[in-house]
Design a protein around this ligand. Structure first.
Ligand SMILES: [Zn+2]
Length: 301
């Protein structure tokens, strides 16, 4: 085994060297022609705003999980695979999004020249928040929804910028300027959320699908998720949640368009509250988080 591997090693090196030759020749030839857009693929819609804010008119972004679809279950279409085959870079969320766990190996195998950037690099992951009455329940699943905190978004944006500079170093200055302007927007958003929530005393909110775990962590809120490990609550679970909602004086139950809000509706009715739809996957990231802030302040006052 070992000997074979050592024998193969120089061959692999030679193959890699040969493979790099035509690529270099192509990029030289391209310099003479007008600049073409850089194909960049992302998994979820908020990442599209991140990439476009940095890449401007230089990038052509393809989003894998389309509006209304769930990154927990989606499968790519042939059209998306064609885009992927021509892409220069893939920005994966990197935090264990189910779509990426099922598909990332196949996607990178379908385009070996594509740079895969892990947006979660440098972000402290946390466990998925869930109510467990069963003490024996196995823990350890990490919460994939990192983009929902603007502080994490800043790290994701920095990782994306590094990737764009790596595949297109000639435009480094352009990417860096755009990155810094967008980071400034995210810093302002972060400050506005901190300030907006500073007067809120009852810092508990209820949400159908637990997408706001990192948001809750960063702004000192408590998220009560209705869904447990991707499943609708049982009748006993629902009764317990209604009890909790009363105990914490919850007035609003958040739900998202990707999930059937029936469970949210049952609880809201039982506590004389209302259901508010918030999309954790909106493409207009900064605008959407400002809407979330407004709803939270209203719901928790
Ligand atoms: Zn989710």
């Amino acid at each position: 085994m070992r000997r074979t591997r050592w024998k193969a090693f120089p061959l692999i090196l030679a193959a890699l060297f040969m493979a790099s030759l035509p690529a270099a020749a192509v990029s030289c030839a391209q310099q003479a022609e007008p600049a073409t857009e850089l194909g960049v693929v992302v998994t979820v819609l908020p990442q599209a705003e991140f990439v476009e804010s940095i890449g401007g008119e230089r990038v052509d972004v393809t989003v894998m999980v389309p509006p209304g679809a769930s990154p927990h279950t989606y499968e790519p279409t042939p059209g998306q695979m064609e885009k992927l085959a021509r892409a220069r870079m893939y920005a994966e969320v990197g935090s264990g999004v189910e779509f990426e766990l099922s598909w990332m190996d196949k996607l990178s195998a379908a385009n070996k020249d594509m740079l895969v950037v892990d947006c979660s690099q440098g972000i402290q992951l946390q466990e998925t928040a869930a109510e467990h009455e069963d003490e024996e329940h196995e823990h350890g699943a990490m919460d994939p929804h990192i983009w929902m905190s603007p502080r994490n978004a800043r790290v994701m944006v920095q990782n994306i910028a590094l990737g764009l500079i790596a595949v297109d170093p000639d435009n480094r200055d352009y990417y860096e300027q755009n990155r810094d302007a967008y980071l400034q927007e995210l810093i302002q958003l972060d400050q506005d959320i901190t300030e907006g929530l500073s007067g809120v005393e009852n810092r508990v909110f209820m949400v159908y699908h637990p997408s706001f775990g990192y948001f809750a962590r960063d702004y000192d809120l408590t998220m009560l998720p209705i869904e447990d490990e991707g499943k609708e609550p049982t009748p006993a679970g629902l009764a317990h949640l209604i009890e909790q909602a009363r105990e914490f004086d919850v007035k609003v139950v958040f739900a998202s368009p990707q999930f059937n809000p029936n469970g949210a509706k049952v609880i809201a009715d039982a506590i004389d509250g209302r259901v508010v739809l918030i999309d954790p996957l909106a493409r207009d990231y900064v605008t959407n988080l400002r809407i979330l802030l407004g709803e939270l302040v209203q719901a928790m006052e």
